[in-house]
Design a protein around this ligand. Sequence first.
Ligand SMILES: Cc1cc2nc3c(=O)[nH]c(=O)nc-3n(C[C@H](O)[C@H](O)[C@H](O)COP(=O)(O)OP(=O)(O)OC[C@H]3O[C@@H](n4cnc5c(N)ncnc54)[C@H](O)[C@@H]3O)c2cc1C
Length: 269
Amino acid sequence: MRIAVCVKQVPDSWAEKKMNGQVLDRAGVDAVLNDLDEYAIEQALQIVEANSPTKEAGPESGHTITLISMGPDRANEAIRKGLSMGADEAIHVVDDGLAGSDALATSLVLANVIKSGNFDLVFCGTESTDARMSVVPAMLAQRLGWAQLTFAASVAVDVGLSEVKIARATEVGIENMSAKFPAVISVNEKINEPRYPSFKGIMAAKKKSIQAKSLSDLGITPSEVGGKAAWSNVKDALLRPARGAGIKVEDSGDGGSKLVDFLAEKRVI
Ligand SMILES: Cc1cc2nc3c(=O)[nH]c(=O)nc-3n(C[C@H](O)[C@H](O)[C@H](O)COP(=O)(O)OP(=O)(O)OC[C@H]3O[C@@H](n4cnc5c(N)ncnc54)[C@H](O)[C@@H]3O)c2cc1C
């Protein structure tokens, strides 16, 4: 099996964020591997381990896991983390022309990488923790003409049958779905417990290949991506107002009814 996992570097969720004009100042904050993509890497690793003669991922398993990321130079750090978890190699699309790209452009770039990789399965997280659009996996499936199995709470692969089955968690219940390879799968955060990179994994990751690709390598012209080609533009952005001090209810025997009045006024009850 050839498995790809799409991974994005995002601003640290815990960092204090600032706006740069209408968009998030990504350069000015610490950046990390998107938390939700760690579940996708973990799932790919578990599938390879389950189907490897040595029960381990890596070159002897006969299967490969390739990380694919689109982002600036420093996205390398997030890619290295994924490699230290156990992925085999990575492709990093980095090009000045990509700045300001929207989800359509992102999916175009990632799909072009996937097309040239002869992959059986592509794993994604359900959303990035910065832009949080949750659309890239479906857009990838559409662009590739592959099956899409999204929001998976569990995944089972039958390599012999070239088939993947998922349980899809929805608001009303569970949908059991299956598809033949090739397919795009997004996994939710309940699916597994991502492993911490081991010291051995961190050392091994330093030697793993990260292939850089530019827009021209992918046959994409600059006019198809970037801020100018974006179908959506942020017109205005306001920071959320700081929290107020709140209201203190003094209880002189009537605290209960004051609380009820307050909740009724706020239409909570
Ligand atoms: C007007 C505008 C300007 C923007 N400017 C910038 C900018 O300057 N710099 C910038 O970084 N972003 C920018 N963005 C955000 C960027 O467009 C989003 O990253 C992109 O639309 C993907 O959407 P998402 O991150 O919400 O993905 P989702 O659909 O929420 O992501 C789902 C999954 O898709 C995969 N995925 C998503 N993005 C990537 C990626 N880049 N590489 C690999 N896998 C990925 C991951 O597996 C992820 O878990 C801008 C967005 C808009 C609308």
